[in-house]
Write a protein that binds this ligand. Sequence first.
Ligand code: NDP
Ligand code: MG
Length: 383
Amino acid sequence: MNPKHLAILGCTGSIGRQCLDVVREHPQSFVVEILAAQGFSKALVSQAKEFRPKVVAVAKSSDFEVLRQAFEQDHIDVAAGENALAEVVAMPEIDMVVSAIVGFAGLRSVIAAIEAKKHIALANKETLVVAGEWVMNRLKSLQVDLLPIDSEHSAIFQCLEGEKPNKVEKIILTGSGGPFRGMSLERLQNVKPEDALHHPTWNMGPKISVDSATLMNKGLEVIEARWLFHLNPNQIEVIIHPQSVIHSMVQFVDGSIKAQMSIPDMRLPIQYALSYPERLPSSFQRFDFIRNSPLTFEAPNTHVFRNLILAFEALHQGGNMPCILNAANEIAVEAFLQHRIPFLRMPVIIEKCMNMIDFISSPDLSQLIETDRITREVAQGFL
Ligand code: NDP
Ligand code: MG
């Protein structure tokens, strides 16, 4: 395959670092042209010294000088400021933009990448939750590809290869259940952010780890799947599968089910998204059925983990409701991580925002950005 020239946004995070592992495995297949993060860090500097991109971009304008000095001898340009990421993704040498920024903050650079007709490998699920309809329409009219990195969506994407979309009966999204699976409401009253950050099967950034613990992550993935695969909400089922070996499944009109499986390792879906339509070899660990038996399944407990129900509700209502859900969730998760609110307060804040903020049935992009802003303000008031 011809080498693909990459912009990696969110390179210092959990997905970003694993993306660079994939590049290390396949130096002939990928060239890193841009590394981008929120701000200066030692990790960013050492990544740039190793991968020698043309540009390092950060959102924090005040970090420009320290980065410029760090790369003075290296012929690496620095871009900094709130427009920096959206500008650099349009560079002519870029083939593909990897979006691994966390939260609503990732939306703007994805939009800029689509407008510049760059193919996208998407980890930032919040983009499709907030603006799924707009993004999918724009991808279609500009003939830009978007490849999912999220393991569930990569699994569904792989199961759908060679199949006709109208032969899909439903998709079955699997989730590990998170670190608090099986706990009662009473026990959840006292759980701490540190407990939520200890995920049983995946090692992820703090925001998605909390989302995993509340089942909001699964809710966001349901909405993400609805747009990516053009489904209606009742074609999406969620089941808990604690071993995280089956990454998701598709059931077809004849009742046949396809599953995609592997040990839980995000480098696999990342590599698939980067190399698609090729499937590259990898040295990653193989799954052993005999040692890892049995695989188990259970229904999600939505009485205890209400965020999943709220996400389905937002999906059914449509319009700007998923955007409200997402913004309220980002504020609630941040407050929980800072020990400012207890675990069980999170769904309460999200539900209040969903009930209170003006519903818009067909929002345009500017209305979604405004919905995000207002929701954050209102949610702050509920902390
Ligand atoms: P992390 O918190 O580990 O990393 C976040 C990255 O985004 C960092 O590089 C950070 O830079 C950067 N960043 C944060 N805010 C901004 C901003 N305003 N502008 C520019 N860059 C910013 O997150 P994860 O890697 O865990 O998750 C990234 C996304 O991928 C999320 O949307 C998540 O839901 C999704 N995802 C993650 C999975 C995982 O296994 N981790 C699995 C599936 C999906 P800095 O270091 O400078 O702060
Ligand atoms: Mg996932």
